[in-house]
Write a protein that binds this ligand. Structure first.
Ligand SMILES: Nc1ncnc2c1ncn2[C@@H]1O[C@H](COP(=O)(O)OP(=O)(O)OP(=O)(O)O)[C@@H](O)[C@H]1O
Length: 315
């Protein structure tokens, strides 16, 4: 369990983390999302005591990191890939850590197997590919068999096989009842593994939600319907919780709050010919971008110039 309370970090004039309140619970994967520079890495460094909060606090499994007698057994973290002595073998790197923390050699063998490093464990870590380096970092994070596992951008630069491996690992760690906290700036990646989402922008909490709720908030599922009589269909479909958008003069309507089946049946009942009926799920990426738009530091330029008219009925 990770509990942040009004967690704040300033570097001079810059507020990197701004009054964050959140709880990361055991038994689930929680995604920590935000655009570049949102404060994710700074937050994670404070969780493991590598940076001190300017104000506020963060606790892991009920205590501040420094208050734990055996912190490696409480929280395992992958914060920066390849922060390893390049001349040392993977095995020796893990053994050195195990020694200093009173962890038996058996556990070193276990994490080497768990991360699929058996064949390269005796090779110099300096010669490792990015993927192997990530696996070694994860092996080190899991060494203390910690109840809380925290990974900063673990899939960065990995090939598809490595990405899949990390996804499966995160899911199984959560299934074992651990607290799993994983950061990314890619919604598409996190949504595949995370049950819960904590979204930040410019150091502030933007959402503490689930994938499903986020889609709902972003307008839920939309159905596109093209018909012979859009204005009649529009009034037939109107009702509580229904939103209908359509360009003037177009035969297409975008409907939220009615299923494709309901729309098809209504059209058939009233003899309105339908040319197209397409359910469209709001992409998570769109929902995420909507939420973080104001928090992104550097924007590209895009413009939309469609004129639309909206029928919205009160829920
Ligand atoms: N040691 C530091 N000194 C000064 N500013 C810092 C320091 N560390 C981070 N920052 C600033 O704080 C903000 C948050 O940075 P942080 O690395 O935590 O963001 P992030 O969400 O992890 O971003 P990314 O996805 O790019 O890694 C950024 O504007 C960054 O420039």
């Amino acid at each position: 369990m990770i509990e942040a309370h009004q967690l704040t970090k300033r570097y001079g004039e810059k507020t990197a983390v701004d009054g964050l309140d959140f709880t990361v619970r055991p038994g689930a994967v929680t995604g920590f999302l935000g655009p570049n520079g949102a404060g994710k890495s700074t937050t994670m460094r404070m969780i493991v005591g590598l940076d001190a909060p300017t104000s506020g606090s963060v606790r892991v499994n009920g205590r501040r990191y420094a208050e734990h007698a055996a912190p490696l057994q409480e929280v395992g973290a992958l914060l920066e890939a390849k922060s390893i002595h390049p001349g040392r073998s993977a095995f020796n790197h893990l053994m050195a850590q195990a020694h200093t923390h009173g962890i038996p050699r058996r556990r070193v063998d276990e994490v080497i197997e768990l991360t699929g490093l058996q064949s390269v464990a005796r090779k110099r870590a300096g010669a490792f590919s990015l993927g192997m380096g990530q696996r070694l970092g994860i092996a080190a994070a899991l060494l203390g068999d910690p109840a809380t596992v925290m990974l900063d951008e673990p899939v960065n630069g990995l090939d598809p096989e490595g990405v899949l491996w990390i996804r499966n690992l995160l899911t199984s760690l959560a299934a074992e009842g651990r607290t799993v906290f994983v950061s990314s700036h890619l919604m598409s990646e996190v949504s595949l593994v995370a049950d819960h989402l904590i979204i930040v922008g410019r150091g502030k909490l933007l959402a503490d939600t689930t994938v499903q709720e986020l889609v709902q908030q972003a307008g839920g599922d939309v159905v596109k319907v093209a018909s012979a009589d859009p204005s009649r269909l529009r009034s037939l479909l109107a009702g509580p919780g229904v939103e209908i958008t359509g360009r003037t003069g177009s035969e297409e309507l975008l409907v939220t709050g009615r299923t494709a089946r309901e729309i098809g049946l209504t059209a058939a009942e009233h003899g309105i010919a339908v040319f197209e009926l397409t359910p469209r799920t709001v992409s998570l990426e769109e929902a995420f971008m909507d939420l973080t738009r104001d928090a992104v530091e550097y924007h590209g330029t895009t413009t939309t110039t469609e004129s639309t008219e909206t029928t919205r009925s009160a829920a």
